[in-house]
Design a protein around this ligand. Structure first.
Ligand code: FES
Length: 604
């Protein structure tokens, strides 16, 4: 059977009983499936072209009748039962750019040693192996070689046969990676942050310490579920699934490398170092390590120390010996992304009291007080990404990212990605929506949507009934369908915000710090400045501090990986962070439930 995908026009050979979403997964076609194909998120919808397709019960539950008659179906529920053509929704790979803030490094001790050595001029008279002569020449510069890549040995042999005795050597720790004819041509590093939803890669010039470019793409594992628990569940179904998830992320990173190499006209062997940050599950899946024990108590990782693996072992399309460094994990539930954030902010060197909150599918919190570092993490779920919300969407062009209710002028303002006509509400828009509805009295502090008669009169026309749930309409899409937030959406977001606020509560309690003592609250994550600090403070997602103490720092996990690629001190810092951080365990605390319930409230 064949499945044709528009607008790409690709035709896939598909076995019977395979869903359209599964076929897209198999062929690396970017189609989001945040709920992992369970028929809950609507994100996987496609349009069936040229024929009728059966309407499943979940299609009926999630899609409007008008959409069904236009051929919309949930691709996770649509089996390929004959030749089929579907059109994908207008997905843009352009994701929110959270920005990467990296402090200017003046001079560093580099992670990659790049040195020029001279072999003895009377080389021809010696029968000593060339490798041993090179070892001596490097030792004279204080560098001891412990291992050599095959590529380096091959280049060494070729250089000597050309009577080239002045050689440029590239080394990582004790490993001789490459031998070249001396030149000033730069070599490059890649820093990668593997997030549950998005993957970002920064290309770095290791000679000038400049960050040249940042590529961001959706994590191709997204089709297996929006949060890491669904990836663990998939990996646990059967052993091959672990390999499938591993191959997906490696494939995605290879495509990013391809784009960077093409756009900068680089040779692949010019990329001589890769550093990877990510939460524990993304870290393990990237290295192909089993994730079963990360899914439940005691959350045991296979490995938590700094990992160094040659690119060939991961099938990364780089020079085979290129070292791929996985930043260490703090524990099985506090990952290398938290380590990256701490390194980026140099928290171990801070004498003030600051907290960093990485808002996303997994909330990561780090607090430093009197030189001691406390860390905590909590699964918040994909609600901040708009997943599982009635009109929620990922932040694509046309997604509503900001909402403000101006009660003086009696108007409602929205902002969309790229100012395109609205078609859904992104997670940041839902945070704004809930903060604003609570402020104007449509929601009470418990998150309950009041009876319409109790709303401000000028807003009552925005009342809507979504199934049996009360809803507030913020806009209409191009087909005049209402874009709303309903009571269930409010509850979903409350759960995510409570998970984050609870993690914050526990690190502050462990350090015995009050909100008034916090000199700074840093907000990291893929949403960047799309999140409104006023809304975050209003719904008590952040500690109760003045607005001016809140600072967005973009993708700080990536910034940490950048620093650890450029500078040995920062890489060593990452190891120190993983060793010295005090892990705050909240799940075993007796009052956990009470704290969590309190944090559901939309007020401090
Ligand atoms: S509804 Fe199909 S993947 Fe979520």
């Amino acid at each position: 059977m064949s499945l044709t995908i528009l607008p790409e026009g690709r035709t896939l050979a598909v076995g019977p009983g395979i869903s359209v979403l599964e076929a897209c997964r198999e062929h690396d076609i970017d189609l989001p499936g945040i709920c992992g194909g369970r028929g809950r998120c609507r994100e996987c919808r496609v349009t069936v072209i040229g024929r009728d397709a059966a309407v499943s019960a979940l299609d009926k539950a999630l899609l409007e009748p008008g959409d069904l008659s236009r051929g919309w179906r949930l691709s996770c529920q649509l089996s390929v039962d004959g030749d089929l053509t579907v059109e994908l929704p207008p997905v843009s790979l352009k994701l929110l750019d959270p920005g990467v803030v990296v402090p200017q490094l003046e001079s560093v001790e580099p992670v990659i040693r790049d040195v020029v050595v001279d072999l003895p001029a009377a080389l021809g008279e010696s029968d000593r192996p060339a490798a041993s002569l090179l070892d001596d020449a490097l030792l004279e510069k204080g560098i001891r070689v412990e291992r050599r890549s095959l590529a380096a040995l091959r280049e060494l042999g070729l250089a000597l046969s050309r009577r080239q005795t002045r050689l440029r050597c590239l080394l990582h720790e004790g490993t001789l990676l490459d031998v070249r004819v001396p030149s000033s041509s730069p070599v490059y590093g890649l820093a990668i942050d593997i997030g549950t939803s998005t993957v970002s890669a920064a290309l770095l010039d290791l000679s000038t310490l400049a960050m040249l470019s940042v590529e961001t793409a959706r994590n191709p594992q997204g089709a297996y579920g929006g949060d890491f628990m669904s990836r663990i569940a998939f990996a646990m179904e059967k052993e091959e699934n672990l390999l499938e998830l591993h191959n997906k992320i490696v494939g995605g990173i290879n495509r990013m490398i391809e784009r960077l190499v093409m756009s900068y006209g680089l040779a692949r062997n010019d990329i001589v170092l890769v550093t990877v940050a990510g939460n524990a599950v993304m870290h393990h899946l990237f290295f192909g390590l089993d994730v079963k024990t990360l899914g439940g108590f005691p959350f045991r990782p296979v490995l938590n120390e700094l990992a160094v693996v040659p690119a060939a072992e991961l099938a990364l399309r780089l020079s085979p010996a290129t070292p791929v460094v996985g930043l260490p994990l703090i524990s099985g539930y506090i990952g290398a992304d938290t380590v990256g954030v701490v390194v980026a902010l140099d928290l171990l060197a801070r004498s003030d009291t600051v907290i960093a909150v990485d808002v996303g599918t997994n909330a990561e919190v780090a607090l430093v007080h009197r030189g001691k570092l406390y860390v905590c993490s909590a699964p918040a779920g994909p609600a901040f990404e708009g997943a599982q919300m009635a009109c929620g969407t990922q932040a694509r062009p046309g997604a509503i990212t900001k909402i403000a209710i101006d009660d003086k002028r009696r108007e409602l303002r929205i902002a969309t990605v790229e100012e395109k006509p609205p078609f859904g509400i992104a997670g940041t828009g839902i945070v704004d929506a809930i903060a604003e509805l609570a402020r104007v009295g449509v929601l009470d502090d418990s998150g309950r949507m009041l009876e319409t008669n109790d709303w401000p009169a000028w807003l009552r026309e925005r009342a809507h009934l979504a199934g049996e749930m009360k809803a507030f309409v913020f806009a209409h899409d191009a087909d005049n369908r209402p874009l709303y937030v309903h009571q269930g959406d409010v509850r979903e977001l409350q759960l995510a915000k409570a998970a984050t606020a609870t993690a914050i509560h526990y690190v502050m309690a462990a350090a015995n710090v009050t909100a008034a003592e916090l000199d700074r609250v840093y907000v990291a994550g893929a949403f960047g400045s799309y999140l409104d600090p006023v809304s975050m403070l209003r719904i008590a997602l952040l500690p109760d501090v003045p607005r001016e103490r809140v600072e967005f720092i973009g993708n700080a996990a990536l910034a940490g990986a950048v620093l650890a690629t450029l500078s040995r001190r920062h890489l060593e810092n990452a190891v120190r962070v993983a060793r010295e951080a005090v892990r705050v365990d909240m799940a075993t605390d007796e009052s956990f439930q009470d704290v969590f319930v309190d944090k559901l409230r939309l007020a401090h």
